[in-house]
Structures are given as structure tokens and as C-alpha cells.
Write a protein that binds this ligand. Structure first.
Ligand code: ADP
Length: 329
């Protein structure tokens, strides 16, 4: 864990970066109010690294975060900035921060955003703490990320509706949920939604195996089924799956792609609480001179993990979930 001299810490910055996630506002609110309660000034860096490169900042006070905890998205905006991959651009960003008097940062985002902040620390000595905010839950070292619970519940609500129509028409549905490199959303949604099978990038399931399951279900008197597919590297892959199932078995599957509706909406209580806990924790770590770490939660307890470790490892899916989906179908 890296340390810096925090005795002269007066002003910190907070930014959200990469994909937005419900609960980010709760985390920003917590950072702002915890900072002020610790006698620190606090400013937003607008639009993530984009704003850092353009020098776009906004001072925040207790009232700036009033009425934000229940809102989805991020009111200080997020962004993606390919320029930030270049060291000379990071130097420019650091110059803007120093000119503004921002001495340390709280970075709310996913592993891409953490990588940017880690490089800014290594090259420019700007201390930071990372707060995991992504609906995908694919960050190593924390049990859960901000936004995941809301995304799962949003997808689940849609699936419950689809189930009504699937049951009424004796239909097979494939529902595609988000998750480019990871199947966390698909797994939770599959288990909570009573799915027949779940397709995830980490543990690909052959189409033939799914057809066998559907056929066994039909023999057992099942009239409708729901399959969940994580989008993987190819959003829209559920159509390919449906086509492949049709060609190999004759079963006609309806496809529903949930897409961006999974990102928005009011955060659940769990995400508001997680955002509130992690935001204040990040400020406390900076106050203590701890940096280059991720603030996370493990077994319900607040932890901090060295960022190099966090970035070097891949979070593994709960294997038991896949087996349980299969056992309970
Ligand atoms: P997330 O943080 O949700 O994983 P991204 O991967 O899109 O989202 O990353 C967000 C931003 O972080 C990028 O647009 C870029 O500005 C910065 N970033 C990502 N990867 C790197 C990297 N390897 N080096 C420097 N900056 C990076």
C-alpha cells in the first residue's frame, strides 16, 4: 500500500469515469460530505478524464449534493478519454489539478479508470483512492461494485414480465443482459429469475447442451423456458444463439435484448448504502495518507486493496451459481 504525506492536505477532487452506474451519486455525495466533515475542500472533476484534460472543475459544498442520493447516473458526468492513454496527456491533466490546488483524488469507476489513476500516481505523484463503480461487478478484491445490485434488479423486473408472456404463449425466450467480459449480471439474474440456462463468457455452454435441457423440460411437461445470455464481446449475440437453436432443434426462440435500460434508474438501497460507505471510506484513507488502493467491501467489512493487486487479478464467478441454476431448472 502506498503512502503520501497528508498532513498538508486541504483540497481533494472527485470524479466518475467510464460507464455510469446507479449509486455513483450516493458515492459522490458521501465523498463530499465526508470531506467537508474532515475539514477538506472538495471539487468535482467534470466528465472524468475528459474534464481533467480540459481543466473542467466545479467546487462542491454540502448543498451541491442535496437531493442526489436517489438519482441514477452521475450528476458530475462521466466520460471516456482515449487521450488519457498517453503519458504527455496525463502530465497535462496533473498540471491542471496542481493549478487548481487539488492534491488528491477519489476515482469512481471501473478497472480502466483505476488504471488511469494508477498511472497518474506513478508518473505524476497525484495520490488517489479508487471506488469501484460499475454495473458489471467485475472488479477483483471487492465482493460487490456500486451499481450491480440495481442492474440485476432492473433486469429481473424485465424478466418477470417476459416470463408472464412466455408462460401465456408457451414460448422459449432468450434474454440478453449486459456483461462484456463477465457473466456476473447474467448469473444473478438467471438464478433469481428461475432461468433454464445461463450463457456467460467465463464458462461457455454448448448449444447442444441447452437443447438437451429444453427437450428434457418439454418431456417433463414444461411449456415455456427462459434462457439468459450475457452480451459477451458481441452485443446482439442472443440472435445468433436463437438461430443456432432453431437450426439444430427446430425450437423457435424469441429474443429480448435489455441493453441500456439496465444502467439507468434509481439505485436500490444496497447500492446507496454501498456508495455511501465506500465514498466516506475513500476520504478517510486519503486523510490517513493511504493511496493507490481500491476501497472495497469483503464479507461486509470495509477493506482497502493495493491497486496493482486489484488490477492484476480477475474476479472469478461463483461457480456454484451455474450448478444451482442447472439443478433447479
Ligand atoms: P471503466 O473504468 O468502467 O473500466 P473504461 O475502460 O472505458 O471504463 O475506462 C475509462 C477511462 O479510463 C478511459 O476512457 C481512459 O480515459 C481511462 N483509461 C482506461 N484504460 C487506461 C489505460 N490503460 N491507461 C490510461 N488511461 C486509461
Amino acid at each position: 500500500m502506498a503512502q503520501f504525506n497528508s498532513s498538508s492536505l486541504k483540497k481533494i477532487g472527485v470524479f466518475t469515469s467510464g460507464g455510469d452506474a446507479p449509486g455513483m451519486n450516493a458515492a459522490i455525495r458521501s465523498v463530499v460530505r465526508a470531506a467537508i466533515s474532515s475539514k477538506l475542500e472538495i471539487e468535482a472533476v467534470l466528465q472524468g478524464y475528459k474534464g481533467m484534460l480540459k481543466g473542467e472543475f466545479a467546487p462542491l459544498n454540502l448543498r451541491s449534493v442535496a437531493n442526489t442520493i436517489q438519482r441514477g447516473g452521475t450528476f458530475i458526468k462521466t466520460g471516456r478519454s482515449p487521450e488519457f492513454h498517453q503519458p504527455e496527456q496525463r502530465q497535462k491533466a496533473a498540471d491542471h489539478l496542481r493549478a487548481r490546488g487539488i492534491q488528491a483524488l477519489v476515482c469512481i469507476g471501473g478497472d480502466g479508470s483505476f488504471t488511469g489513476a494508477h498511472l497518474l500516481w506513478k508518473e505524476q505523484g497525484i495520490p488517489y483512492v479508487g471506488v469501484p463503480g460499475t454495473i458489471d461487478n467485475d472488479i477483483y478484491g471487492t465482493d460487490v461494485t456500486i451499481g450491480f445490485d440495481t442492474a440485476v434488479n432492473t433486469a429481473l423486473e424485465a424478466i418477470d414480465r417476459i416470463r408472464d408472456t412466455a408462460a401465456s404463449h408457451d414460448r422459449l425466450f432468450i434474454v440478453e443482459v449486459m456483461g462484456r467480459n463477465s457473466g456476473f449480471i447474467a448469473l444473478d439474474v438467471g438464478l433469481a429469475g428461475g432461468a433454464e440456462a445461463v450463457f456467460i463468457p467465463e464458462s461457455p455452454l454448448p448449444v447442444e447442451a441447452v437443447i438437451d435441457k429444453i427437450q428434457a423440460g418439454v418431456k417433463g411437461g414444461k411449456t415455456s423456458s427462459i434462457l439468459i445470455a450475457a452480451e459477451g464481446q458481441k452485443p446482439g449475440r442472443a440472435y445468433d444463439l436463437a438461430e443456432s437453436i432453431r437450426k439444430k432443434s427446430g425450437f423457435e426462440a424469441k429474443v429480448c435484448i435489455l441493453g441500456h435500460i439496465q444502467r439507468g434508474g434509481a439505485p436500490t438501497a444496497a447500492d446507496r448504502i454501498l456508495g455511501s460507505r465506500l465514498g466516506a471510506h475513500a476520504v478517510d484513507l486519503l486523510h490517513q495518507g493511504v493511496c493507490d488502493v481500491m476501497a472495497g467491501v469483503r464479507n461486509g467489512q470495509l477493506i482497502n486493496l493495493d491497486m496493482s493487486q486489484c488490477l492484476a487479478q480477475r474476479k472469478v464467478i461463483p461457480q456454484g451459481y451455474l450448478d444451482l441454476v442447472d439443478r433447479l431448472r
